[in-house]
Ligand binder design. Structure first.
Ligand SMILES: [Zn+2]
Length: 446
């Protein structure tokens, strides 16, 4: 039986009994009347509550829109505005309420929700950019109030170690040691900040400490590279530490060396995917002339047709052919240095083209004076002299100082401790489909 109905039944029974049992005492009747009145009040308030809830459901509607490829918040908000008659006014206030708190980094498929009342006025705005963070803006009287809801998470630290192999790509090796696909690009980016990978050698070693966050349903939420180490016979020993500023939105949140040098990506991208240097920069005996000569670049062995990438952003200044270099491309960078790509099978960009780092610009070939398909990769400094591409960096790196540097020193100590503890943790399978093992431990949320 409905509790409300049961309630009424009891009261009526009590009243009926009171009357028909011939209750003689007026006080008793008054008391019962009072009780009945108070119960009636509670019933009315419950009814009002139900009515209110029904009204909300009946008089509101949910409007939503989803982020499409290449869109920013502006595009999504513009479409939402068209769906609500007071959109311009209300959504303007919603955006104002969120402005200082929310940084929109949209992914395709993310959804913005609006709750709108019967007058087509926005009552609530909801946007969740991760399974654990919900941004809510609610109308309170005439104001819109922002609130962030964080769901609980737990974190897992894992250590991955590996060795570069002949003919493998860095990404391929990172996959092989069990680093989740979603994190391979991030790890590779951190490593490439400090190490000129075009010169990395088979046998060079790396170690990475990853932090993954999961929500309470064990759904992966986010990943971070806490530490990366690269140890090479020719390129030396490099370490990168993740610095966390007290302000989570600070641009100082990034990777640094122990000395506080920022590891903003300033090196060169790969001109080719594979690590196979057949001749490095400096003196050598020329394979065709037999004469001892200076080698003005690095040769990479690769099959004809392998894609060649621009190593940094710039403008194409040469795209042509000569008998020595064959098909060649030169790209001028913002510091007036120029990268050169020679013996190409084909050229994919013309003079004047703007290229981005990693963009495909042509294909490996055997044109000009060449003994087999390979890429000759060279670099000229702003003065026009050939330099070793491995020594090239694009911008000066900023440094952490003062209080921030002191904080980094403390965090470096903590990270070294975490590495020690994680290395001592038992190894488990990376996932069910592989025998690759990884050492991990779950830690309480920091
Ligand atoms: Zn060469």
């Amino acid at each position: 039986m409905n509790p409300l109905v049961r309630f009424l039944f009891v009261i009526i029974t009590v009243l009926v009994l009171a009357v028909f049992s011939g209750c003689r005492e007026q006080a008793k009747i008054d008391c019962l009347n009072e009780e009945a009145a108070s119960l009636q009040q509670q019933i009315d308030s419950l009814k009002a509550c139900i009515k209110n809830a029904e009204n909300i459901a009946k008089n509101t509607r949910i409007v939503m829109d989803t982020v499409r490829a290449g869109e920013g918040p502006f595009q999504v908000f513009s479409r939402l505005k068209l769906l609500v008659s007071h959109g311009d006014e209300d959504l303007g206030k919603v955006v104002l309420a969120m402005e200082d708190s929310v940084e929109f980094k949209l992914r395709v498929g993310e959804t913005f929700y609006l709750m709108v009342d019967s007058n087509d006025r926005v009552q609530k705005f909801r946007y969740a950019n991760s399974p654990i963070t919900i941004h809510l803006v609610e109308k309170k009287e005439s104001d819109f109030i922002y609130r962030r809801i964080d769901k609980p998470v737990y974190k897992r630290l894992s250590i991955y170690e590996g060795v570069l192999e002949l003919g493998s790509t860095l990404n391929g090796i990172l996959h092989k040691v069990g680093i989740p696909t979603r994190m391979v690009g991030v790890v590779s980016g951190v490593l490439q900040c400090k190490v000129p990978f075009p010169l990395a050698q088979p046998g060079d070693r790396f170690r990475v400490l990853l932090e993954d966050s999961y929500n309470m349903d064990s759904v992966w939420v986010a990943g971070k590279v806490i530490y990366a180490e690269f140890d090479s016979r020719t390129l030396g020993h490099h370490e990168a530490f993740r610095y966390e500023d007290p302000d989570p939105r600070s641009s100082y949140n990034a990777h640094y060396t122990e000395a506080g040098d920022a590891l903003i990506f300033d090196g060169l991208r790969y001109p080719l995917e594979h690590l196979r240097i057949t001749s490095s920069f400096g003196g050598r005996v020329h394979p065709i002339t037999g004469k001892r000569s200076a080698h003005n670049g690095i040769d990479y062995g690769a099959k004809t047709g392998t894609v060649v990438h621009a190593v940094a952003e710039g403008t194409v200044t040469v795209s042509g052919y000569d008998n020595l270099s064959g098909n060649k491309i030169a790209i001028k960078h913002r510091d007036n240095s120029v990268s050169w790509y020679m013996h190409l099978h084909s050229r994919g960009v013309g003079v004047g083209a703007k290229v981005s780092p990693g963009q495909s610009i042509g294909r490996v070939g055997n044109t000009g004076r060449s003994t087999g398909p390979h890429l000759h990769f060279g670099f000229k400094n702003a003065a026009g002299a050939w330099i070793n591409p491995a020594s090239k960096t694009m911008i000066a790196t900023p440094k952490l100082a003062g209080e921030r540097f002191n904080r980094l020193k403390g965090q470096v100590k903590d990270i070294r401790k975490e590495i020690e503890l994680t290395l001592a943790a038992p190894a488990t399978k990376v996932n069910d489909t592989t025998d690759v093992m990884v050492r991990s431990r779950d830690i309480p949320s920091r």
